[in-house]
Design a protein around this ligand. Structure first.
Ligand SMILES: CC(=O)N[C@H]1[C@@H](OP(=O)(O)OP(=O)(O)OC[C@H]2O[C@@H](n3ccc(=O)[nH]c3=O)[C@H](O)[C@@H]2O)O[C@H](CO)[C@H](O)[C@@H]1O
Ligand SMILES: [Mn+2]
Length: 280
């Protein structure tokens, strides 16, 4: 067998695959998981004005996300009545709504996801699902995101920084933060908007990040990229067993990317930050 991709890194130094188009055969992967009858929990937060992203998120997920598999979407929102009910879900797929408070700062809404995901895993998801993925809502699926992403602990390369040197990453550098990764250290820069894996592994991740966010808060620290900084710090010690290429968390502002970006699977929707964020 010839390696399908020679233009990109397809395996980490700790021998985890990096998933790019061409590195996997969807038919073989689908055939391998079909008989396992697994359920994939998927958490998404739609608080305050971000409720507007939910419709397209769900509609495009039904077209491209884990098609043919059991998916249980957990929608965390301050406006349960505004969750769209007109999206036709395929067999084996369903939605649960969990009410959460609306915090006044967008950073707070983003960071506190760790706490709410932790609680939801403990009371519900750990009894319901095998895998869990935690994603941003201001995004749409454009192409297949399927069983190739399943793994024990899965993270995605941030599309803005995947070609940069580790010293240019947006890591938190202040030693006083529990998220600190000093210069010279670090593997990749992972996105805060898409991580997942086996339920127990993700529980450990969100629990650790929540504890570290609270420890930082107690000393008046807020990491440079909020919970994303803490996710990066956790994944430095706890290496992901699978890494997804930026195909899986693209940003339209980067255009179509370089020649190595052959497919855009899941991408941020362009938004007017001033208008959509509570504080900007
Ligand atoms: C694609 C990606 O990797 N995005 C990450 C990036 O910023 P982003 O600029 O993508 O952050 P964002 O504005 O999308 O906020 C993160 C998420 O929090 C939720 N939300 C936020 C504000 C609000 O008023 N209502 C609401 O529901 C919503 O699910 C949103 O998708 O960095 C953030 C931390 O700085 C988070 O780690 C994001 O996951
Ligand atoms: Mn986002």
């Amino acid at each position: 067998m010839e390696p399908a991709r020679r233009d990109v890194l397809a395996v980490t130094p700790w021998l985890a695959p990096i998933v790019w188009t061409g590195t996997f055969d969807p038919t073989i992967i689908d055939g391998a998981v079909k008989h396992q009858n697994i359920t994939i929990a998927t958490t998404v937060f739609a608080v305050a004005k971000y409720i507007r992203f939910l419709q397209d998120f769900l509609e495009t997920a039904e077209k491209h996300y884990m098609v043919g598999l059991n998916v249980h979407f957990y929608i965390f929102t301050d406006q349960p009545n505004a969750v769209p009910t007109n999206v036709t879900m395929a067999a084996g797929r369903r939605v649960s709504v969990i009410k959460v408070p609306k915090f006044s700062r967008w950073q707070e809404i983003s960071m506190r996801r760790m706490e709410f995901i932790q609680k939801a895993i403990e009371v519900d998801i750990s009894h319901q699902a095998n895998y869990i993925f935690c994603v941003d809502v201001d995004m749409q699926f454009h192409s297949r995101v399927g069983a190739e992403i399943l793994g024990r602990l899965v993270a995605v390369l941030n599309p803005w920084l995947h070609k940069e040197n580790r010293d240019s990453f947006n890591y938190e550098r202040r030693a006083a933060s529990t998220a600190c990764i000093p210069l010279g250290k670090g593997d990749f820069y992972y996105a805060g908007g898409f991580f997942g894996g086996a339920v127990g592994e993700v529980h450990s991740l969100v629990k650790a990040c929540r504890a570290n966010l609270e420890a930082d808060r107690a000393v008046g620290m807020e990491a440079r990229c909020h919970e994303e900084s803490h996710v990066n710090r956790y994944l430095l010690t706890n290496k992901p067993t699978k890494v997804l290429s930026p195909e899986y968390i693209w940003d339209e502002e980067l255009g179509s990317g370089g020649p190595e970006i052959q497919v855009i699977r899941y991408a941020t929707v362009r938004k007017n930050m001033k208008e959509v964020r509570e504080n900007f």
